[in-house]
Design a protein around this ligand. Structure first.
Ligand SMILES: *[C@@H]1O[C@H](CO)[C@@H](O)[C@H](O)[C@H]1NC(C)=O
Length: 695
């Protein structure tokens, strides 16, 4: 592969590239990597009932095309009409590493993109349709300063279409923080759909463009704010009022010291208020940015020409002083702060960052909830809700964490299909489909379903199933806000039988008592009862007895450890017994014979080590049935050897050689596990560790 540094490329810029791949040789001078010369699709929109509109990098030759896809899915058409291929400059970037944000409104494309090969001339550009193309002022750092475009959306401002606005979300180098080095701010920019540019000045340029900072921060210990400034994604959640969608955003930090990601939520009211606030003003090169105190000309820049707020027919009729003011004051002084002045969800001190967000509004018994699906750069999706707590505050609740891509590739796109009730997740390496809800995985019991607090799910008298607000069923129980099963699940028919298991442990060896609560919020406690006549006491972990996320590990089993262990999940003051395990302690063979002498005891040690390895592998992907099987097999043999019990004839007779037996057992084990994996994961309970959705 030919690899030129990007500096080398500059010298050969004049060579034009062709869009088909024969060009690779020509392109070598431009492309850093050969793979840069393929066509990367950067813009894709539904154009009309039969066509998509798509733009790509076209081997550093941005190109757009109408793609004929037919009327229905069954048509199986996917054809580019060569007569409808056009120049993609100002719509798609040249460089595959650069982003474009765009929105198609009617037959007009609004795109935020670099319009040159070197990625230095950035623009927000309106093209297609019948009106003249229009863009941002060129080479003016007050307008755009090395922006990275994230998203673009149309939002109406009143019932009059003349007031319709387009909002761009991006991050850029902040001009107002120039004294502090290169600082990135997240931005929201606005413009009017009916902007036609100025008459004498700002000709074919936006006259209604304004931008301001989007703040997403948390108060630190010392009273200062810690900011998340790296805007990654924006999702507009439509509400009943088309004029007021909710703006969900994900951010990460740019600091290498403080690592974290956050979701911040903004309202259109707060956004509009910032654009109606003071303009940011800088008198000259040696001045600070201050709020503009003078008289703002009329009509106020940022207002669309319409009958609603004034009498101007078109931006071309705006007075010169308005155009001049707009040209020098694209930046607002007040930032937009998030709802509640803090993130709705946040994770700090983690190695991965959030990259994508999609939100689904779900109707539950106690109101509606916005379920956030958050994609990470490590291939996982988090399912999160924010639950009101009191009047002003709320708590965040992680319902599920799903490892969608095994190769941990970064999630770069997410789409919700309400019709199919699926989330589609895209990364560099694949596309996956994830169900929005999998109620059955919370278990069959009322308490489990209730404690899960998933607004999609309710207990229907028999199982945890999809909650649909309009169906009436007698036993339906759901309480997302409080998740309190004491009030919700009282009555005998909600009670479930505690699962009982038997486990054999060998004195001096280790033993693992597995217990996985189905709810991610549950706190697990263990109790122990030596004999039915003895009192039940809480297990206090120490050096020898470790409590892990997956269960209780007895590192060295003592004879007195035998008895009944119970695993309890506690959540919201509600304690539920999940599992009872009867541990039977067998005296070790080596301790029965002389522990200090023979080679026999060494052979036993090796055998035990092998067995332990097998066992720990099992613990990685545990399945209690399998564990039980193995243990039965191992210990019935042991009992057989020590003459304490007769081996079960249904179990394959173990070979005498200890090493071989370990090997063979392992093979058998793997087969059992393969068999399990072949079955679907859907019915499996949630565990704390991320699960693979694709399996
Ligand atoms: C959709 O747009 C394409 C490209 O302009 C055009 O050729 C086609 O006829 C349009 N289809 C419909 C149904 O309007």
């Amino acid at each position: 592969m030919v690899t030129f540094s990007s500096l080398n490329c500059v010298k050969y810029v004049k060579h034009s590239c062709h869009k088909d791949c024969v060009c690779v040789c020509v392109c070598v001078f431009v492309c850093v990597l050969q793979t840069d010369c393929v066509n990367y699709v950067k813009v894709l929109h539904h154009f009309n009932r039969t066509h998509l509109y798509a733009c790509g990098t076209g081997a550093f030759h941005p190109t757009c095309a109408y793609v004929h896809v037919g009327q229905k899915l069954e048509d199986h058409v996917f054809r580019i009409d060569p007569s409808l291929v056009e120049d993609g400059k100002g719509k798609s970037p040249y460089d595959p590493r650069h982003n474009a944000a765009s929105v198609l409104i009617g037959d007009e494309l609004y795109s935020g993109v670099a319009t040159d090969l070197m990625g230095r001339d950035f623009t927000i550009f309106r093209s297609l349709g019948h009106r003249p193309s229009i863009r941002t002022e060129q080479h003016d750092s007050r307008w755009l300063n090395e922006p990275k475009f994230i998203g673009a959306f149309a939002v109406p401002e009143s019932e009059n279409p003349d007031d319709d606005k387009v909002f761009f979300f991006f991050r850029e180098t902040a001009v107002e923080a120039q004294g502090f080095g290169k600082v990135t701010y997240a931005r929201i920019g606005q413009l009017c759909r009916n902007d036609m540019g100025g008459q004498r000045s700002l000709v074919n340029k936006w006259t209604t463009f304004l931008k301001t900072r989007l703040v997403c921060s948390v108060p630190g210990n010392d009273g200062s704010e810690t900011h998340f400034d790296e805007l990654r994604d924006v999702f507009l959640l439509q509400t009943r009022d088309r004029k007021n969608p909710l703006v969900y955003t994900v951010f990460s930090t740019s600091s290498s010291v403080f690592r974290g990601s956050a979701v911040c939520l903004y309202t259109m009211n707060d956004i509009r208020r910032a654009f109606l606030g003071p303009f940011a003003h800088k008198e000259g090169p040696n001045y600070q940015w201050v709020p503009f105190q003078g008289k703002v000309p009329y009509p106020r820049p940022g207002m669309c020409p319409s009958k609603t707020f004034g009498s101007f027919e078109s931006t071309k009729g705006f007075p010169d002083n308005v155009i001049q003011f707009a040209r020098h004051h694209p930046l607002m002084y007040n930032p937009v702060t998030p709802l509640g002045s803090r993130p709705v969800f946040m994770r700090t001190g983690i190695s991965h960052s959030f990259t994508q967000i999609a939100v689904d509004r779900v109707n539950a018994a106690d109101g509606h909830y916005d379920v956030m699906f958050i994609g990470t750069d490590a291939g996982a999706v988090l399912k999160v809700i924010s639950v009101p707590k009191g009047t002003w505050s709320s708590t965040e609740l992680l319902l599920e964490e799903l490892q969608v891509f095994k190769d941990s590739s970064s999630i770069i796109n997410m789409q919700i299909s309400s019709k199919r009730q699926q989330l589609y997740v895209g990364s560099e390496t694949g596309v996956a489909q994830v169900a929005l809800h999998r109620c059955s995985m919370y278990g069959k019991a009322c308490a489990e379903c209730c404690l899960a607090r998933d607004p999609y799910c309710a207990w229907d008298g028999h199982a945890c199933t999809r909650y649909l607000p309009n169906t009436k069923r007698r036993f339906r129980r759901q309480d997302v806000r409080n998740g309190d099963p004491n009030t919700l699940c009282s009555g005998d028919h909600h009670k479930q039988r505690v699962v009982e298991r038997k486990l054999y442990g060998v004195e001096g060896s280790s033993s693992f008592l597995e217990c996985l609560p189905k709810s991610l919020q549950a706190q697990v406690t263990w109790t122990y009862q030596r004999h039915p006549n003895n009192p039940r006491e809480e297990v206090h972990p120490d050096d020898r007895v470790l409590q892990t996320e997956r269960g209780l590990l007895l590192r060295r089993v003592l004879r007195r450890d035998g008895g009944v262990y119970q695993c309890h999940a506690m959540e919201h003051g509600f304690t539920q017994t999940l599992l009872g395990i009867t541990l039977e302690v067998l005296p070790s063979t080596s301790s029965a014979s002389n522990p200090h002498s023979s080679s026999h005891s060494q052979g036993q040690a090796t055998n035990q080590k092998l067995w332990y390895r097998d066992f720990m592998q099992l613990v990685d992907h545990p399945n209690l049935t399998t564990v039980d099987q193995i243990c039965e097999q191992v210990w019935s043999r042991k009992r057989g050897q020590s003459g304490k019990a007769v081996p079960d004839p249904s179990i394959e007779a173990p070979p005498t050689d200890a090493l071989h037996s370990g090997h063979k057992k392992w093979k058998h084990l793997k087969e059992v596990r393969k068999g399990r994996n072949r079955r679907t994961h859907d019915g499996r309970p949630a565990s704390r560790a991320p699960r693979n959705a694709g399996e």
